[in-house]
Design a protein around this ligand. Sequence first.
Ligand SMILES: [Zn+2]
Length: 48
Amino acid sequence: MRRAYNSVMKLPQISACPQCSAPFRSHRVCPSCGYYKGRQVVSVTALA
Ligand SMILES: [Zn+2]
């Protein structure tokens, strides 16, 4: 039963961030604005 190995071979899902429309991996925090599932979970101090 090596069926679980199939999930490892798949490429990571790339989605567009609803906040900054930057491509990011699904189920991950957007590296550009720090949003995840409609809420900011990472503080991005890029704004002046
Ligand atoms: Zn973003």
